[in-house]
Ligand binder design. Structure first.
Ligand code: 5GP
Length: 202
């Protein structure tokens, strides 16, 4: 049975990483894709846990070898999703979640039109700026660049199926869990999962 492919996109500072962590804690059936990136690890990040950290030449070699389902340059660094891992997971029927930017989302949507896109918005621009400076792990100029990039990222919200406004974290989590729950109740999914029931009832 085919699993669902979820794409979660948000501007930096919208709280996507925390929300995704809570979603995975609440729903162990969803597997998170660990992306490759050429950006340096932040303090506390571990290779193979948050990202697979690669050098630029290694990343370029992997592009050449067609290793990525999608890849993009974001904030001056390369990011990409491993094709082999996704294909293997999807083949086993597991639900897979991609935490990627709008450029990656566009590429994945072309390959998997049934992918479920969720965009997370901050409650206001002021709050977004506050959250970006509050994180304290990046330099000031990087924060300024990300705030500008956030405006560009948010212009793509209309390309997604669902929008969650992350004002209150618990409410945002309920919203995200509702999207997942609803996607599992789609006719095609239910018909496959409960094929015997359908056969007896219809
Ligand atoms: P960060 O460096 O803050 O972890 O992530 C920066 C941006 O890169 C975020 O918008 C994140 O969603 C995006 N990103 C992370 N992994 C991937 C990926 O594999 N592909 C694409 N296209 N974007 C990614």
């Amino acid at each position: 049975m085919a699993g669902h492919l979820y794409i979660i996109t948000a501007p930096s500072g919208a709280g996507k990483t925390t929300l995704v962590r809570l979603l995975l804690e609440n729903d162990p059936g969803i597997r998170l894709s660990i992306s490759c990136t050429t950006r340096a690890p932040r303090s506390g990040e571990q290779d193979g846990r948050e990202y697979h950290f690669l050098s630029v030449p290694d990343f370029l070699t992997r592009i050449e070898s067609d290793d990525f389902l999608e890849w993009a340059e974001v904030h001056g660094n390369y990011y990409g999703t491993s094709k082999r891992w996704i294909e293997a997971e999807m083949a086993t029927g597991r639900d897979v979640l991609l935490e990627i930017d709008w450029q990656g989302a566009q590429q994945v949507r072309k390959l998997f039109p049934a992918a479920i896109g969720v965009f997370i918005l901050p409650p206001s621009l002021d709050e977004l700026a506050k959250r970006l400076s509050g994180r304290g792990t990046d330099a000031v100029e990087i924060i300024a660049r990300r705030l500008a990039a956030a405006r560009d990222e948010m212009r793509h919200v209309g390309e997604f199926d669902y929008v969650i406004i992350n004002d209150d974290l618990q409410q945002a989590l309920v919203d995200l869990l509702s999207v997942v729950r609803a996607s599992r109740l789609h006719y095609a999914t239910q018909r496959q999962r409960h094929s015997r029931l359908f056969a007896t009832l219809l």
